[in-house]
Design a protein around this ligand. Structure first.
Ligand code: FAD
Ligand code: FES
Ligand code: FES
Length: 1289
């Protein structure tokens, strides 16, 4: 594929690997081709991971390196994403840049819709997308800017137009109450399309000759004429025709499909021809979906509306198929012939009576695209030698209407759960149905036609009576086994009904203009408040991230003789290992070694929280995905081949445990179990007005850092030294673990972290374990070894956030005061303890003063992959349970949850349940400001009115507070060190213990050093985090990195500045450089270490009291959603966040953390769903199955405010830690959804508490709404079938 060719052969490492399957956009490049037909150049974005190099004959490929660099000239696209703070960890940035660059090549002045569409296929896990959009919107034609120079000397640009209501922040404006913005647009590099690279003239040719590329395993044939193609297909009927490679590519890569011969017909002109007739249009089967979309858009513009029903329905679907990069290459013929069960196009084409022109040696014929053509999973009635030449799409007739409705786990770039095409033709002038065709995807092995239902409607008037009878037939006709692949069976069945009903609403609208549901709220710009301590300094390596020059672990050039390591993992959830046979693996060409536990020279275990965990399983495996051995080979491909033939003989052990309920039954727990109690809970329950018991289940969350686990271990060749380059949050732990594993002292191992492409807690323990294994390989071979996990391996092996089951009993008075609460948390830890003793119990009070409060937490040992730390470390799970409990109390009392929250909030200086004193003043300020700024009261009223008027759409609101403890509860972790050198030319090198993971710590450290040394940041450089420079560091975690390392850097700089005092006094008017030079001549040391001995925090679980935090970060968030009760889809209409982060050192970095964290929380609570098969196999192993928020998920209006006048004596420059706290505020969307569902249920006569587990996916939301349609689905009897997926926790 082009991606490995670019990265490995050409050493162009700016293009990144994120998933290898077209799902993330990290590998986006621009492809340009000469179009002989129109004699124009076509530029399109594409995923390099799916682009076969053989197919690029005649094409020019532009990568991020090609458009600009710091050595020549940075391109405006690169500059703007960097300056707008749209690059945090930077791993997604080159892909974003290339998507935007391609858009500008085609449309130099795009609209916001163009930008949204162009970026729809690019994922970012850090930023929350807002700053990326902010940077790119500066290219829009409609943007109008005014420049203000405020009294404090900072330029600020006020933006007048807006995209989806995103807000802007400029600390400079806040004084004057102006809408602020975070970056200066005054001197942006202008976009000059005339300066772009030209298309190489030598590539302006017409295809002449067919070509053959003969590889190791594949022969690639590219014909130029239709006759040749037909002959080739006759000679090699089993050879696939590869056009976009978006089906065949993933099949080869992920399913191991073998195709010795591939035919690539991309140069056969007939496959791309478009012919129009009065009856419709013939579209060449090779046309990409983007080309089809553009063509249909043109026809819709040109033709009378009544003729374009089918075209508009197709356009509706085309906008949702994959991301832009996929649509640019995927062909319409490929989509049809692939016959996916949930193809979006086939139901519409089939319902729309479309036809296919098919050619072969036997001649040419036309066949209807219907159920006789789509015969099974991935199967059509095409004969192996037949080729689809074109697709005929007819114009619609008067009184004919077409609908295309779908429901998917994410609004865009996600395969549909259920998708449909419905066409109805009425007898002229009446509502009597003459023709009807209903086709569904997602409810069977292929596109399904509901012909019995159609027959039940045809000839009858289209009205409620007819339809309600039709629903019964439909329910009977489209039945799914409860074990159907993909699960969600009840939801799918109810969707078949509700999508038909939605079509009905459209038809009624068209026929009689009768139903109008409310529109979304208007978009209004918000404001944010900022303090004046820090400046919005750009991320220190944003530009090199945007130009692709930033070096991530796998970008490090290969050393001579370097080997690759691939892990072999368990396929059994619980079994004895009876033998590992590596004979065949060792015979695979290129394979050098296979490492098993026996080959580890030192400690075979690693210990993190006092519990030993095996590096490689020796005698027993306890989950699918557990590391058993590792294959080392010259190339990654060879290592993969070797890994595939390692034979592990298992003897299954009985009854593996997967869920927390099973663990509870078997008392399968890790220690310690913890309990905490304040007051007398048991007695208090006796004295309250009401008692309620409830529970909520919260699923896990995959870290989905964009850069997968990566490392290179290089033996130095002498003194048993190893240099380890890795992407991790805790280099010291990796160093210690590797030393122990090899049985050598730590001083022989140096770990180096330049930057991390996202981590979120997932690159502490798991990275170290894999680094240990890689080091054993390097140790044994004496050669450098590289291990970079593929996305699927990473998701399988490295665990996730702990799923939790929370149960509670709450006692309250009729006025809403909660008197007693007893909460139990059961975390699904997986097969090892790892970091499973979470901060659950310390945060169960969140913002509430419940006088009698008891918590009990248990880490359940199960046979799933071991879970690990994830941003928030148990707090997001713990608080969700508490807030759900409050919600239930509100529902029991028939009041708004916000009232109950206010009644129970801490109001004055108080003690927490672990006797830690704090002042909740700023918590209450955040709450009040949030309600005020979000205009909560009037919007709550408006939502009520909206809900009364709308039957199938409901709005909901929620305001959620947070009180989040900062620093490590284990006192010894609250320390940090630094090393600062001043060189003779005045330049300064700062080293500290924090790792740069996108959170901007290096930028903040530069700012600290700049302030302390009184020099501009341009003098200061931070090269990497290294255990050789700063030893014995603590993990970059717990939102404490800046607090700790900032103080250590400050300390070193203060020392140096003091040392320079004599020379400064001697020459007060001198420059920095002159003082430094002088100091050297006077033999003053220009190097200093800094140290910070942080807070002595502790938690005494025996006494149930402690001082586990240095201070609290506070916040509040109001979100409003609109829920479609028929499909469960929701849209976040508006979010307002107020946070107290003290005096921010760098507001742009902190706001980036707030937004990114909130969006990650939104993902956790509303969409990200890890699924395991009944035998414990992780089913969601890539972006195609596991949906993280994309650009379409950011709230329509998103306002972030920083609380003003907040001081914090406990941290550097009065700032506060912010990396983790805001994640929980994403739950405001969850509770807003719950509020909307409650409104829907109330209309159906159901009041009081109800269960909605997290994530509140469309499936759960729709089923919870309990509409007429979901009620029709008879529930499957538990135990009577094997479900497709387990209900974890
Ligand atoms: C990340 C991602 C997201 C996606 N999202 C969606 C989605 O939301 N909805 C949806 O419907 N689809 C989706 N798809 C599927 C995508 O639309 C199809 O894979 C694509 O249209 C197939 O076209 P292709 O040219 O890439 O096919 P290829 O992979 O090149 O070929 C696929 C198959 O079609 C056959 N074939 C191709 N052309 C012809 C022809 N002219 N005659 C006979 N046989 C032919 C080939 O022999 C081969 O077997 C997604 C795919 C990816 C990778
Ligand atoms: S790496 Fe190509 S799309 Fe993810
Ligand atoms: S900045 Fe986008 S993934 Fe990190």
């Amino acid at each position: 594929m082009l991606l490995s060719y670019l990265r490995d052969r050409l050493r162009l490492t700016g293009t990144k690997y994120g998933c290898g399957g077209g799902g993330c956009g990290a590998c986006t490049v621009m492809v340009s081709r000469y179009q002989p037909g129109t004699k124009t150049i076509l530029h399109y974005s594409a995923n390099a991971c799916l682009l076969p190099v053989c197919q690029l004959q005649g094409a020019a490929v532009t990568t991020v390196e090609g458009i600009g660099s710091t050595k020549t000239r940075v391109h405006p696209v690169q500059e703007r994403i960097a300056r707008a703070h749209g690059s945090q960890c930077g791993f997604c940035t080159p892909g974003m840049v290339m998507s935007m660059y391609t858009l500008l090549r085609n449309t130099p002045q795009p609209t916001m819709e163009d930008i949204r569409e162009a970026l729809g296929g690019n994922l970012c896990r850090c930023t929350g997308y807002r700053p990326i959009v902010d940077g790119f919107r500066t290219f829009c034609q409609v943007e109008i800017f005014t420049t203000n120079l405020h009294s404090h000397g900072v330029y600020c640009m006020k933006q007048i137009s807006s995209f989806q209501g995103s807000s802007f922040y400029c600390p400079a404006c806040v004084f004057q109450g102006l809408p602020p913005q975070l970056f200066d647009q005054g001197d942006l590099l202008p976009l000059d399309p005339t300066q772009e690279l030209i298309f190489p003239p030598e590539l302006i040719t017409e295809p002449q000759m067919s070509q053959r590329f003969i590889g190791e395993n594949i022969v690639w044939i590219s014909p130029v004429s239709l006759d040749e193609l037909i002959q080739l297909k006759a000679d090699h009927p089993q050879a696939p025709l590869v056009i976009g490679n978006t089906n065949i590519g993933p099949d080869i890569k992920f399913k191991g499909a073998l195709h010795p011969i591939i035919i690539s017909p991309t140069r056969v002109q007939e496959l791309f021809a478009v012919t129009r007739t009065a009856q419709g249009v013939y579209i060449g089967a090779g046309c990409s979906l983007s080309v089809v979309k553009a063509l249909l858009e043109g026809l819709v513009q040109e033709l009378p509306e009544e003729k374009t029903e089918i075209y508009r329905a197709l356009l509706q679907q085309l906008g949702n198929v994959g991301g832009q990069q996929i649509r640019n290459v995927a062909s319409i013929g490929g989509n049809i012939v692939s016959a996916y069960p949930n193809s979006d196009l086939n139901p519409v084409l089939a319902a729309g009576s479309c036809k296919l022109s098919v050619v072969s040696k036997g001649g040419r014929k036309e066949i209807l695209l219907n159920k006789d053509f789509l015969v099974g999973f991935g199967k059509t009635s095409l004969k192996p030698d037949e080729i689809v030449l074109s697709v005929f799409i007819p114009v619609s007739r008067k009184w004919e209407f077409m609908g295309a409705l779908r429901q998917a786990p994410r609004k865009e770039n996600a395969l549909a759960t259920v998708t449909s095409g419905i066409r109805v033709m009425f007898t002229e002038g009446s509502s009597v149905v003459k023709e009807l065709s209903i086709c569904y995807g997602g409810v069977g092995p292929c596109t399904v036609s509901a012909s019995r239902t159609c027959a039940a409607i045809i000839g009858r008037p289209w009205n409620e009576q007819t339809l309600s009878e039709a629903y019964t037939v439909l329910l009977d006709e489209i039945s799914l086994s409860p074990s159907h692949p993909g699960g969600k069976v009840d939801f799918r069945r109810s969707l078949t009904l509700s999508l038909l009903f939605k079509f009905n609403l459209q038809i009624l609208h068209k026929l009689w203009e009768m139903v109008r549901t409310g529109s979304l709220l208007p978009v209004v710009n918000g404001q944010s408040v900022d303090d004046q301590v820090g400046r919005p300094v750009m991320h220190h390596s944003a530009i090199s991230q945007a130009t692709g020059e930033a070096v991530y672990c796998d970008d490090i050039p290969k050393t001579d003789g370097e080997l690759h390591l691939v892990l072999v993992t368990s396929t059994r959830p619980h079994a004895k290992i009876r033998g590992i046979d590596v004979t065949e693996a060792l015979q695979v060409p290129g394979v050098v070694d296979v490492i098993t536990s026996k080959d580890i020279p030192g400690k075979k275990f690693r210990t993190f929280t006092g519990v030993d965990e095996e590096l490689l399983a020796e005698n027993e495996v306890s989950c699918v995905g557990q590391m058993v051995c590792a294959v080392i080979a010259d190339t990654r491909e060879q290592a993969k081949r070797g890994a595939a033939v390692v034979k592990i003989h298992y003897e299954d052990l009985p009854e593996p445990v997967f869920t927390v309920e099973e663990a509870m039954e078997k008392k399968s727990y890790f220690q310690p179990q913890r309990t905490i109690e304040r007051g007398n809970v048991t007695q208090a329950f006796e004295e309250v007005d009401q008692v309620y018991e409830g529970e909520i289940r919260l699923g896990g969350q995959e870290h989905f850092y964009m850069e997968t686990q990566s490392m290179v271990v290089v033996p130095s060749g002498e003194d048993r030294e190893l240099r380890v380059y890795l992407s991790c949050q805790h280099p010291t732990y990796a160093q210690e673990s590797i030393a122990e594993t090899l049985g050598i002292p730590s001083n022989r191992v140096s770990c180096h972290v330049k930057r991390v492409g996202g981590a979120f807690g997932g690159k502490v323990t798991k990275t170290s374990a894999i680094a240990c294994i890689t080091s054993v390989a390097a140790w044994r071979s004496g050669r450098a070894v590289r291990c970079v996990l593929e996305r699927g391996e990473d998701m399988l092996i490295t665990g996730a956030r702990h799923p939790v089951l929370g149960r509670y009993k709450v006692g309250f008075m009729n006025d809403g005061k909660i008197i007693a609460a007893d909460l139990h948390y059961y975390a699904n830890s997986g097969n090892t303890a790892d970091e499973s003793v979470l901060k659950v119990l310390l945060h169960l009070d969140n913002a509430y003063n419940v006088p009698n409060l008891r918590g009990h937490s248990v880490a359940c040992k199960t046979n799933l992959p071991s879970n690990t730390a994830f941003r928030g470390f148990g707090v997001p799970q713990s608080m969700l349970v508490t807030e759900n409990m409050i919600n239930d109390v509100a529902m029991k009392l028939g009041r708004n949850a916000e009232e109950i929250r206010e009644i129970n909030m801490y109001k004055e200086v108080s003690l927490t349940h672990y006797k830690f004193q704090f002042d909740p003043k700023n918590l209450l300020r955040c709450w009040d400001e949030c309600k005020e700024k979000s205009d909560y009261d009037s919007r709550r009223q408006a939502a009520g009115e909206f809900n009364q008027k709308n039957r199938w759409k409901k709005r909901g609101l929620a305001v959620i507070p947070i009180k989040y403890g900062i620093a490590f509860s284990e006192g010894f972790l609250n320390q940090a060190a630094s090393l600062v050198h001043i060189y003779k030319d005045g330049s300064v090198l700062v080293s500290h213990g924090g790792t740069e993971m996108g959170q901007g710590i290096h930028t903040k450290m530069q700012q600290v050093a700049s302030r302390e040394l009184h020099i501009p940041t341009s003098f200061i450089h931070i090269t990497e985090t290294s255990t050789s420079a700063v030893p014995n560091t603590c993990p970059s975690a717990a939102s404490f990195g800046t607090d700790a390392n900032g103080m250590a850097v400050k300390n070193a700089c203060e020392t140096l500045y003091r040392r320079l005092e004599p020379v400064r006094k001697q020459n007060p008017t001198g420059t920095w450089e002159s003082w430094v030079k002088k100091a050297f001549l006077q033999k003053i040391s220009l190097s200093a270490t800094g140290y910070y001995r942080g807070h002595d925090l502790y938690m005494d679980w025996e006494k149930q009291e402690g001082q586990p935090y240095a201070y609290f970060t506070y916040g509040a968030c109001c979100s409003e959603v609109e829920v479609d009760c028929l499909s469960g889809d929701y849209r976040t209409v508006r979010t307002d966040i107020v946070t107290d982060i003290g005096r921010s050192i760098n507001p742009s970095v902190d706001i980036g953390q707030i937004e990114g964290s909130f969006i990650q929380g939104l993902g956790l609570y509303t969409m990200e769903e890890l699924q395991f098969s009944p035998s414990g196999v992780l089913l969601t192993r890539g972006p195609s199955q596991y949906k993280i928020p994309a650009i379409c998920d950011i709230p329509l209006q998103f306002n972030v405010y920083l609380l003003s006048d907040s001081d914090n004596p406990h941290a550097i420059y009065s700032s506060k830690g912010i990396g983790e706290p805001v994640l929980f505020l994403g739950s405001s969307v969850f509770f807003a959804i719950k509020d909307a569902v409650a409104a829907a249920r109330a209309e159906a006569g159901m009041d009081g508490p109800f269960t909605l587990d997290s994530p509140a996916t469309p499936e759960r939301t729709c089923l919870a709404c309990n509409t007429d349609f979901t009620q029709k689905i008879p529930p499957s009897r538990p135990g009577s079938f094997k479900p497709w997926a387990l209900n974890i926790p």
